[in-house]
Write a protein that binds this ligand. Sequence first.
Ligand SMILES: Nc1ccn([C@@H]2O[C@H](COP(=O)(O)OP(=O)(O)OP(=O)(O)O)[C@@H](O)[C@H]2O)c(=O)n1
Ligand SMILES: C[C@](O)(CO)[C@H](O)COP(=O)(O)O
Length: 233
Amino acid sequence: MIGIVPAAGIGQRMQSAVPKQYLHVAGQYILDHSISALLRDSRITHVVVAIQNNDTYYAQSAAAKNSRVYTVAGGASRAQSVLNALHYARQHWPDETLVAVHDAARPGLPVMHLRALLDVAETHPEQGALLALPARDTLKIAAAGQKVEKTLDRSRIWQAQTPQVFQLGALEHALVAALEAGIEVTDECSAMEYMGARPRLVMGSRAALKVTDPEDLALVEFYLQTDITTKGV
Ligand SMILES: Nc1ccn([C@@H]2O[C@H](COP(=O)(O)OP(=O)(O)OP(=O)(O)O)[C@@H](O)[C@H]2O)c(=O)n1
Ligand SMILES: C[C@](O)(CO)[C@H](O)COP(=O)(O)O
């Protein structure tokens, strides 16, 4: 299995001087935590990271010194960054290889949740699987003027996290097709759904939150300083 880590974003919502994946949290770059989290399961043998062309931070990362981690140039969108990494992976591993795509911005992925996800993906390789959390709050649809239009039935709503695990060749094909069709591809599952797949939802963890704005930093630091990420809950 191969890890794919899109890390070419600019972190606009974080409003920090450096891209958020290079902020130090619990003693390391957020990116290094995210890559280490993937490599904690021995089924993931190598990781391909997509970084910005003009990245001046990666060279200082722990990942840069790890011979199991390769880099490719990222793209203008998350989906394009993932696709660039998949094109690279296709040159080195067979089409059926499972790839676990994991945001650089999710450093708190617990090893137990990763293990459960990979187990499901290995059982259903053609459909794939992703971590996700069932919606906990009451959900509203907004109309113009930020007024509530209605309340949704949340019983079947899940919030997608990463990793998302699919076969290398099928995912590359799906992303190309979905992007060509103009589908909004905010995660890998969207592209696979477009191709007719029904990926399995595997229970995720709040510790695997996506670091998005400044409020998230203290929370993810808390999770990284507990045993949750390395030993599970
Ligand atoms: N062109 C892009 C855009 C995003 N990403 C990566 O996709 C992941 C999830 O995206 P997000 O959290 O939205 O990160 P940013 O795009 O950096 O954040 P923002 O939307 O606030 O600018 C991150 O690891 C980010 O680095 C990427 O590889 N290439
Ligand atoms: C893939 C993802 O992390 C699932 O929650 C998310 O869609 C990526 O974030 P973005 O802000 O849409 O790039």
